[in-house]
Design a binder for this molecule. Structure first.
Ligand code: XMP
Length: 319
C-alpha cells in the first residue's frame, strides 16, 4: 500500500542503503521541496547531513530567521547560513532587465553555494529536492522559464574535484505527496502549504533595478498582505498572492502634510497549474483594509493598487 508512512519508511531504508556512512550536502532554500528533503534526510541519517542555506537578502519578511529557527534550532539539523545580501545587492547594482537579473541572481547563488560547500571536504553526496514534475519538465522543455527555474533551484556547477553523487529522494513524488510527507515528518502545516515563491525571490518583484531600500519596504507591505489573507481565511483560497514594488512615486496627504513616495501593487491569483491563472476576486472590504494598513503603517508607500490581469496574457509575476 502506498501510504505516507510507507513512503517515509521506504525512503529512509533506501537512503541509508545508498549513502551508508557518507556525508550528505543539501542546499536548503526554505521552499517546500528542499525542506521536506532536509526533514527526511535528517530522520534517515541524522548528523551525516549538512545543509547550506544561501540567504540572498531577497526573501520574505523574517524568512531567513524562520528557516534557521525551524531547521537548526527546533530540529537540530546542521545548517550553515550564508548571509549574502550585500553580495547580491552589489551584483545587481545598475541592472534593470528581468532576465539579466534572474541570471545574476542564479549565478551568484551558485557561486555562494559552491564557496561554502567547497569547505565541506568530506561530503560525498549532493541531495536535491527534485520532484517528479521537475523530472518531466527538464526532459521535455528546450527553452523558456522551466529551464531557468531548474538552473536556479537545482544547484549545479559544483567544483569539478568534488565529484558529488546525486541523491534525489523525492524524484518519484508529486507535489501533493511531498506536502503530505512534510506534514508527516513534523513540518508545520502553514510552511508545507505555503504559496510558491520564485527562486530569484523579491528580485523579480521589485521592478527594474533592485535596491535594499526597496526590498525592505516591499517585505513589510507583503507581510501585511499575507497576514491579512490568513486572518480573513483567504490564503488557502488563493493559489499565489504577493506584493510588487513599483519604483515610481505618487503624491499623497497625511493630515496637512504632502507625501511623495512609492507605489505597490497587490497580486493574487487562482490557478490549478500556474500555466493559466485568473486574478482573484478578493472582497473590496478586504482590499480596503490591506490598503489602509499598508499606507498607514509604511511611511514610504503612498498608494496601493490591485492587479486585475489574468494569465494569459499577463504572467503571474510582473517580471
Ligand atoms: P509566471 O510569472 O511565469 O509564473 O506566470 C508562473 C509560476 O512560476 C513562478 N516563477 C518562478 N519560479 N524562478 C522560479 O523558481 C523564476 O525565475 C520564476 N519566475 C516565475 C511564479 O512565482 C509562478 O508561481
Amino acid at each position: 500500500l502506498w501510504t505516507t508512512t510507507n513512503i517515509i519508511e521506504d525512503s529512509i531504508t533506501r537512503i541509508r542503503e545508498q549513502v551508508g556512512d557518507d556525508e550528505v550536502l543539501l542546499g536548503l532554500s526554505g521552499g517546500v521541496d528542499s525542506s521536506v528533503v532536509a526533514a527526511l534526510l535528517h530522520k534517515a541519517i541524522g548528523d551525516q547531513l549538512t545543509c547550506v542555506f544561501v540567504d540572498h537578502g531577497l526573501l520574505r519578511h523574517q524568512e531567513g530567521d524562520q528557516v534557521m529557527a525551524m531547521f537548526a534550532e527546533n530540529m537540530g539539523i546542521k545548517v550553515i547560513r550564508v548571509d549574502a545580501e550585500e553580495y547580491f545587492m552589489k551584483q545587481l547594482e545598475g541592472e534593470a532587465d528581468p532576465e539579466a537579473k534572474r541570471k545574476i541572481i542564479g549565478h551568484a547563488f551558485i557561486e555562494m553555494f559552491d564557496q561554502e560547500s567547497a569547505k565541506l571536504t568530506s561530503v560525498k553526496w549532493l541531495a536535491q529536492g527534485t520532484i517528479y514534475p521537475d523530472v518531466i519538465e527538464s526532459a521535455g522543455s528546450k527553452t523558456g522559464k522551466a529551464k531557468v527555474i531548474k538552473s536556479h533551484h537545482n544547484v549545479g556547477g559544483l567544483p569539478e574535484d568534488m565529484k558529488l553523487e546525486l541523491l534525489e529522494p523525492l524524484r518519484e513524488l508529486f507535489k501533493d505527496e511531498v506536502r503530505k510527507l512534510g506534514v508527516a515528518l513534523g513540518l508545520p502545516h502553514d510552511m508545507v502549504y505555503r504559496h510558491p515563491f520564485p527562486g530569484p525571490g523579491l528580485g523579480v518583484r521589485i521592478l527594474g533595478e533592485v535596491k535594499k531600500e526597496y526590498a525592505d519596504i516591499l517585505r513589510l507591505a507583503d507581510h501585511i498582505f499575507i497576514e491579512e489573507l490568513r486572518a480573513a481565511d483567504l490564503y488557502d483560497k488563493t493559489s499565489q498572492a504577493f506584493t510588487v514594488f513599483l519604483p515610481v512615486k505618487s503624491v499623497g496627504v497625511v493630515g496637512d502634510a504632502r507625501r511623495y513616495d512609492y507605489v505597490v501593487a497587490l497580486r493574487a491569483v487562482e490557478t490549478i497549474d500556474f500555466m493559466t491563472a485568473r486574478w482573484a476576486h478578493l472582497p473590496y472590504d478586504f482590499l480596503e483594509k490591506v490598503s489602509n494598513r499598508i499606507i498607514n503603517e509604511i511611511p514610504r508607500i503612498t498608494r496601493v493598487t490591485y492587479d486585475i490581469s489574468s494569465k494569459p496574457p499577463a504572467t503571474i509575476e510582473w517580471e
